[in-house]
Design a protein around this ligand. Structure first.
Ligand SMILES: [Zn+2]
Ligand SMILES: [Zn+2]
Length: 161
């Protein structure tokens, strides 16, 4: 699958040929801190299949195990773009899902580091979802088959006398 992507300010962009069946969600604490979000998603792609344009800044993260990983981001707008090996020429580029234009078509196949996943993620679907900002209409409140505001006749015990 051919994809395109870019940082928020546009200084860095990329194209790639990816395997859409390799998307991972990572719930590790480092991903939470780096992204400022509850979790991150990546699409591992052979380095030879990615064409980058623009110069990303590299931060080398050292894990407890001593393993080093390059975290690449735009030096101007801070958008996280990818992670890759710190030693030698990169073999695999873990593209950040959030900066890929076709991200809505890239469905995760696995989640890792569940031990540090936010405990409330499973119930997120029960939280009101607005179409845009808080002032916009609610699209859904609750799971697939639940319809909280519409009760079938005769099945509303709360309003019984
Ligand atoms: Zn940028
Ligand atoms: Zn992670």
């Amino acid at each position: 699958m051919h994809i395109t992507g870019k940082c928020h300010c546009g200084a860095i962009s990329f194209t790639a040929t990816v395997d859409p069946k390799r998307v991972l969600v990572c719930h590790c604490a480092d991903c939470q801190t780096f992204s400022g979000a509850p979790f991150r998603a990546v699409l591992p792609t052979p380095a030879g299949d990615v064409v980058m344009s623009g110069a990303a800044k590299h931060y080398v993260k050292v894990a407890e195990s001593g393993n080093k990983r390059v975290q690449a981001f735009c030096p101007d707008c801070g958008t996280q773009l990818y992670a890759t090996e710190a030693d030698g020429a990169p073999k695999v580029i873990n593209l950040r899902l959030g900066c890929i234009d076709q991200r809505d078509q890239l469905v995760p196949v696995a989640q890792i580091w569940g031990e540090s996943a936010m405990p409330w993620l499973a119930s997120l679907q029960d939280v009101p979802l607005h179409g845009k900002g808080l002032a916009s209409p609610v699209m859904s409140t609750g799971g697939s088959d639940r319809a909280p505001s519409v009760a079938a006749p005769g099945t509303s015990p709360r309003t019984s006398p």
